[in-house]
Design a protein around this ligand. Structure first.
Ligand code: EPU
Length: 409
């Protein structure tokens, strides 16, 4: 792979920011929203709540003049990230009724921490018929600890920030998620008139205001997409330039790439990626930010199957995020799962085969492995890929990858 690729806006920053537009009855404009099935889906959810919303050429215009506090099961169940409408609904309407999102292929995905936070803000929570019903006479600021069994929660932190932004008094979130997507949301809320400090650190303070106003915002570049392209270039022994990335959001990934013998040079907002020579094994443990992101674990595993030697990859965020392992084995990879760890015996040649995508990042891992394998690989169920990567096939094609979208079978 050779050439230049432009990074899109971050899916995981865009989703809660889109939901945050529900907090005001004034129009909001959000730029660099990636065109994905997940963001299109969020547009539908906003519309179903009564907002006018349109997404064209990366610009989302939302006007939530009058909204209802009820989100339909059929809409919410299809996208787990839609839980982030609960905070804005509770903040603005003092009530939110939302279908409980189920688990998903990567793990159980409970929302107990979101509910703990809402309760701390004074909401009464009822769970009935698969719905969670949160109601509050008023949102009262309070101090809460939001750490869970796997550390902080990203969308839980987002939900509490959004509900508390329109509350009374001061809310302090301890063990808040520090992800750049949380900071981006805080910046949008601040642009809307919210009083928030500490976003990006484990303690976030929100002082409630009576009203938020319309605002404009540009979403940060997608750090997971950046990492995915860097890994794809390394896996194919290519040399690419990634434009518009934020290297400071990717320290852990860049560090591990370096350990694997991949050079990533920063040139302003561009990243230049190439291999130093033979790939080397690396041990990885996924952790909350600023640790190695779980959303890059599968792609990195594909890369490490090509590195002669043993790499141990430990998944600490989602308990069953190893669905790609058996599909990588179909390409010839030698990987064993031992509890939360995958032991990758790298260096065996990969050869193309039909494989099945199980979730978004697993799909990206299979594409990367397919590009590095001899022969051709058919990745089925690529609707998973379209949930989170904007034009991935076209971007890879432009970099010289031999990749083609064919009809879903
Ligand atoms: N958790 C709880 N209780 C809760 C919430 C979470 O125990 O109430 C646990 C989860 O089960 C998990 C850990 O806490 O073990 C972290 O989950 P978190 O709540 O942070 O995940 P999320 O906010 O639902 C976001 C991203 C995910 C990403 C995770 C972790 C969005 C829309 N989703 O999910 O992105 O993996 O943070 O960084 O922002 C992806 O893009 O492929 C993806 C899955």
């Amino acid at each position: 792979m050779h050439g230049t690729v432009e990074i899109s806006g971050s899916k995981n920053a865009a989703l809660p920011i889109m939901a945050a537009a529900l907090l005001t009855d004034e129009p909001c404009v959000i730029r660099r929203v990636p065109d994905l099935s997940d963001t299109r889906f969020m547009v539908k959810i906003l519309q179903s709540l009564g907002a006018s919303a349109s997404l064209e050429h990366g610009t989302l215009r939302v006007h939530a003049k009058k909204i209802k506090g009820y989100a339909d099961y059929d809409l919410v169940r299809k996208m787990r990230g839609s839980i982030c409408i609960a905070g804005p609904l509770l903040g603005r309407l003092r009530k939110a009724r939302i279908s409980l999102p189920g688990g998903c292929i990567i793990g159980a995905r409970p929302i107990n921490l979101h509910l703990k936070g809402f309760a701390a803000l004074g909401a009464k929570i009822k769970i009935e018929g698969g719905y969670v019903d949160a109601r509050a006479r008023k949102i009262v600021g309070s101090s809460m600890f939001l750490g869970g069994r796997a550390g902080p929660t990203v969308l839980g932190t987002a939900n509490i920030m959004m509900a508390a932004a329109l509350g009374e008094g001061m809310t302090v979130i301890e063990s808040a998620a520090c992800e750049p997507e949380v900071v981006d949301l805080a910046n949008f809320l601040i642009a809307m008139g919210a009083q928030i400090s500490g976003a990006g650190s484990p303690t976030i303070t929100i002082t409630g205001v009576k009203k938020l106003h319309g605002a404009e915002h540009e979403v940060i570049p997608d750090r997971i997409e950046t990492a995915t392209f860097a890994i794809a270039a390394a896996a194919t022994n290519g040399e690419i330039t990634i434009k518009g990335a934020r290297a400071e959001h990717l320290r852990a990934v860049l560090d591990k790439l370096q350990e694997a013998n991949v050079i990533v040079e920063r040139r302003g907002t561009d990243l230049r990626v190439k291999r130093r020579g033979k790939l080397k094994p690396a041990d990885i443990t996924t952790l909350p930010y600023s640790g190695f992101p779980t959303d890059v674990q599968a792609q990195m595993m594909s890369l490490l199957t090509l590195a002669p030697g043993i790499s141990i990859i430990t998944e600490r965020i989602f308990e069953s995020r190893f669905m790609h392992v058996s599909e990588l084995a179909r390409l010839g990879a030698d990987i064993e799962i031992e509890g939360p760890s995958a032991i990758v015996k790298g260096g065996k040649p990969l050869s193309g085969a039909p494989v099945m995508a199980s979730d978004l990042r697993a799909s990206a891992a299979l594409v990367i492995a397919g590009l590095a394998a001899t022969g051709s690989t058919q990745v089925n169920r690529i609707y998973h890929l379209d949930r989170g990567y904007e034009n991935m096939d076209l971007k890879l094609h432009k970099l010289g990858a031999r990749i083609q979208r064919v009809q879903e079978t």
